[in-house]
Structures are given as C-alpha cells and as structure tokens.
Design a protein around this ligand. Structure first.
Ligand SMILES: [Zn+2]
Length: 101
C-alpha cells in the first residue's frame, strides 16, 4: 500500500494524510486504481526465465561435480630421479633354476 496518492490532475504525489492536492483536487475524487493486467504476465514470464537459467546452472554444477568424482584417475606422469627414466623393463633373472635330480 503506497503512502501517497497520485493526483490525476497534476500527477503530483500527495501523502495519504493530505486530503487535498495543491491544485485543489480532492483525494475522494481519485478513482480506485485498477491492477495493470500486464504486470502479472510479465512477472510470471521473468520468473520462468530465471527459473530455467537457475536450473541450468544447478544441473551443470552437479554434472561437473559428478564428473570429477567418477572420472578415471589421470595417468601418473612420474619423473625419475635427476631426470632419468628407466623405460625398459628389468632384464630376466639370470639366477640358475634348480634342476631336480
Ligand atoms: Zn494535483
């Protein structure tokens, strides 16, 4: 509820406590303002648009979090000490196998 009323004659905002505008217009002559029909429609449309954007952001964040939780671990990129990396597998064991007698 606004604390003022608008004078339809001079468009001045007049406090509710003042019954008469400076131009002489009486508050009792002001017709009851009808609700503007475009307001609810515009509000609903904007709310719908914001809802969809918010929903998209939430879904994207959830998908990103789930991807980070279930993604395969990165391949370990280990470096050898002082830059040496032994890429070849160790040679087969030269230990003589015991022969059964
Ligand atoms: Zn007035």
């Amino acid at each position: 509820m606004p604390a003022t009323w608008e004078c339809p004659s001079c468009k001045r905002r007049v406090p509710l406590a003042v019954e008469e505008c400076r131009c002489g217009w009486l508050r009792s002559r002001v017709p009851v303002a009808a609700p503007r029909p475009s307001d609810p429609v515009r509000g609903t449309a904007r709310r719908g648009w914001e809802t969809w954007v918010g929903l998209a952001v939430v879904v994207g964040a959830l998908a990103w979090g789930i991807y980070w939780m279930v993604r395969p671990p990165a391949k370990p990129n280990t470096k050898g000490i002082l830059g040496y990396v032994d890429a070849t597998p160790p040679p087969p064991s030269t230990r003589p196998t015991p022969r059964p007698n």
